[in-house]
Design a protein around this ligand. Sequence first.
Ligand SMILES: [Zn+2]
Length: 340
Amino acid sequence: MTAAENERYSRQILFPGLGVEGQERIGRAAICIVGCGALGSFQAEALARAGVGRLRLIDRDYVDYTNLQRQWLYDESDAQNESPKAVAAARRLRQINSHVLVEPLVKDMTPSNAEELASDFDIILDGTDNFETRYLINDLSVKLKRPWVYGAAVGSYGVVMPIVPGRGPCLACVYPEPPAGAQPTCDVNGVIAPVTASVAALQVALVMRLLSGWEGFASFIQTIDVWQGVNKRLSAGPPDPDCRVCGSAGEFRFLDGRKRTPVSLCGRNAVQLHENARPLDLWALAARLRPLGVVRVNEFALRLSVPKYDVTFFPDGRAIVKGTTDVGVARSVYAQLVGS
Ligand SMILES: [Zn+2]
């Protein structure tokens, strides 16, 4: 480390958990952030300030005004220009710390590109908003024996969990399947910035601790409610020997894309999504979605019309997103409405 680096990171080096060796490890680390919304943008800024060696930012969305309330790194000009989040974030991160190698990718992480995009990293950070991508990251993490840090927030409530294959349970040990039915999402139920910042900060602390070596690692689930002022830590238990991912079966269902894949409907400016095929209660979903647009529902289908899209949901969880031919956009619309 140079004298300038010693000076720049002196307060972090003074922290006994890190010291000079911890700082050197941070400086050598390559971190992949999947999703640059409220969680990912905060994670990226904190890690750039901490002096991480290399940061990859994967996000396929564009900045809009509804993001500015909680998403770090972006400003009104980004929303006005509809800048891709990964690109806008990288621009700002280079101003914050020009020594960090920042790699923005305007892409959706999918089973077909996940390995290529995220295999060359020490830790993968969850900045996503949907379980589909989280289980994909979990498959990848177990396959590559590389840690990842799960994080999620909605309303004033958040949760984090560090996952280190071989040293603790994976996400599927604790939650074998994605939650059934519609889940609360920030676009339907709202979210406040203090909780997204708290969750992202806890994730970054876990990254620092993992990079420092973390003797005696034991996984846990930490939950936080910033409105109620409640913070809990639960044991994540030991790895489940029968876990379909990290147990003897070793099945990477999400990574192998064995689940049905979405199809763009030719000539119809629409995408049909199969992959979230688990039953939906259309009447309950209608009640949730009514504030967002025009909702029509019967026992066979629910149709939501919002300015850019018409989305039709079916009781088996299938959906058709009209208004785009881009599978990534359709997936993101679905995730925002149903929670994926
Ligand atoms: Zn497992």
